[in-house]
Design a protein around this ligand. Structure first.
Ligand SMILES: Nc1ncnc2c1ncn2[C@@H]1O[C@H](COP(=O)(O)OP(=O)(O)OP(=O)(O)O)[C@@H](O)[C@H]1O
Length: 255
């Protein structure tokens, strides 16, 4: 797939005796929402970590937009346009939603910005921050202090912070985790909009969300990709059903 935006070639990661990534090869063309599913401990977070640069693979390469980024640190990958949604732990709880996103814009821009220095620079940070909040449906909460927002809103805010870095591709690690059905449904709607503009890699346990959103799905089991395909192909795949989807059958079959 010559025009893949992201190409992972033979990524392997060992933690002592555990093979957390076992020669993972996959590619995500521009414009695709690619979901990674698999049971607990399958190696999904380890894979994402190797894409963001937080974990160094034992072997294999990661190519993004035609460039070998395997050895690049996280901040350089972010500058290249590969953005991971921020973690809740990185939110400043006593600041407003808008200021949190503005700080993400500033962090991405590096030292060329000094956040509180003058009004014009503040506006340069706040305009893209405001646009990012709008894209995740949080405009009405822009001036709300983050500590008084719900868990679901925090997760939306993390995505807004990733969007504020003007990425080409978004890496989302379990964005629905800890959400109730209503919050999940709202986030699915948001992601349906975002997928029109961004290439997205989504790790998610919520099968209803995955099958509502994914263009293609890869299934990881014991660090190995056992299947990649269209949602219908994954639903029908006997090995996948046996390894993983059996327990999710009601959702998947009716999905
Ligand atoms: N830093 C580490 N040191 C040792 N073992 C690790 C480390 N990180 C992950 N592992 C192991 O690697 C395997 C894959 O873990 P990983 O967290 O990537 O799975 P996962 O699919 O994200 O799981 P979950 O769905 O529960 O989040 C597991 O066996 C885990 O215990």
């Amino acid at each position: 797939m010559a025009d893949a935006l992201l190409k992972v070639d033979g990524i392997t990661k060992r933690f002592g005796g555990i093979l957390a990534s076992d020669r993972i090869t996959m590619s995500v063309p521009a414009g695709e929402l690619h979901a990674i599913i698999g049971p607990n401990g399958a190696g999904k977070t380890t894979l994402i970590g190797q894409l963001t640069g937080e974990i160094t693979p034992s072997s294999g390469t990661v190519i993004f937009a035609g460039e070998d980024i395997t050895a690049l640190p996280t901040y350089k990958r972010s500058i290249n346009g590969l953005a991971r949604s921020f973690q809740i732990t990185s939110l400043f709880l006593d600041m407003t939603a808008l200021d949190n996103v503005a700080l993400a814009v500033q962090a991405h821009a590096g030292n060329s910005f000094h956040f509180w220095r003058n009004a014009r620079k503040q506006e340069e940070l706040r305009a893209p921050a405001s646009a990012a909040l709008d894209r995740v449906g949080l405009s009405h909460r822009a001036h709300t202090v983050v500590s008084s927002m719900s868990h679901g809103e925090h997760r939306q805010l993390e995505i807004a912070m990733a969007l504020a870095t003007n990425p080409r591709m978004l890496l989302l690690d379990e964005p629905m985790a800890g959400m109730g059905p209503e919050e999940s449904a709202r986030l699915v709607k948001t992601l349906l909009e975002l997928k029109k503009q961004y290439t997205i890699l989504l790790v998610e346990h919520d099968m209803e969300a995955v099958f509502a959103l994914a263009d293609r799905i890869s299934v990881l089991v014991y660090g190995r990709v056992i299947a990649t395909g269209l949602p219908d192909e994954i639903r029908a795949n006997a090995e996948v059903r046996q390894a993983y989807l059996g327990e999710q059958e009601a959702v998947v079959i009716n999905g």
